[in-house]
Design a protein around this ligand. Sequence first.
Ligand code: ATP
Ligand code: MG
Length: 377
Amino acid sequence: MAVALRVSNLSKRFETDQGEVHAVEDVTFDVESGAFFTLLGPSGCGKSTTLRCIAGLERPDEGEITLEGAVLVSGRGGEWMPPHRRPMGMVFQSYAIWPHMNVFDNVAFPLKQGPRKFSGAEVRERVLRSLALVHLDGLEKRPAPQLSGGQQQRLALARALVNEPKALLLDEPLSNLDAKLREEMRNELKQLTSSLGITTLFVTHDQLEALTLSDQVAVMDGGRLIQYGPPREIYESPRNRFAAEFIGTANFFEGKVSAPAEAGGTAVVETAQGALRCVTSEALAQGAPVAVAVRPENVALLKERPPQDDDVNVLAGSLTSVVFLGSTLDCEAEAEGAVVKASAHPGADLRAGDPVILAFAASDSRVVPFGAVGQGG
Ligand SMILES: Nc1ncnc2c1ncn2[C@@H]1O[C@H](COP(=O)(O)OP(=O)(O)OP(=O)(O)O)[C@@H](O)[C@H]1O
Ligand SMILES: [Mg+2]
């Protein structure tokens, strides 16, 4: 696969009242053409600054960024392509749609800003095509503020795609949505970007989002890029303690797909802990090696087995540790050969040594596809 986006030795510092902030420090990575590449890390680690340098909304102090061989920026005072000439679409966390415009005009806006001139008919055709991609056809005349949160998010995506960009830059585009909608949009986003085959750079602080959506994940901490590679590599061979702990706050059950599923569907994965049902944002084939990931807060600790329900995974075990953290009880259990983390209500009657039933919904169980191994840096 050819490299689409190349970021080399990127550094960006900001002057503040408290002195100089090293927002991005010597960051280097390649994104292959058509790949879904995610920058993952905690708040303040430099994800947005990296993305903004790529989009041309910040000028880096050092480094070079190229897209399909064309230099976007090179060093301080070197080459510089202004943002509106860069063949990229961007979606911000806040969507940044224009409230005084209707849906059509919001999407048409970049066509009037870009380097190419379009006729009225071309604008109309492109806008309608873009709206159809995100399932907003028919809403062209609606004032933008009269859209729901999910529709505004789609509108931002349509606007980012209307110029048929070579790369899509997404800065936490799902974080303003409620949990259910986020889930839906995450699946839609994955399907849209893979069907378009567009190179996508996605920013999130959510490790499960990163692991389930991405071909490559780059872990950042304190302005530095710690490691990047396929999800499996990051999960199995974290380069340092930060990467290990940052990825390790979920439970992972490794196994093989025993009942395949389409993207957005429910699959069954055979693990050492038994068959687990889980949702997937990619189509999964029979026998594919995957991990089922579940967040601690989605694991319920019960005294008794719940009534049989196909959509709930159940494991039996015993509590090995219970730590009071004020707003939660941080628990660990041993269940059918796995160590499982769970967080419980602080008032729950739970003690280390107690037998316990762990229950987690299929809808809270995410598949981490462990397909491609061995690329990346
Ligand atoms: N314009 C600015 N002026 C001064 N400091 C800034 C500016 N923009 C970012 N920073 C600082 O640079 C660092 C990296 O910020 P950045 O926005 O890239 O983080 P982030 O990883 O996107 O965080 P979050 O997950 O909270 O969005 C932070 O310490 C931030 O305070
Ligand atoms: Mg940010």
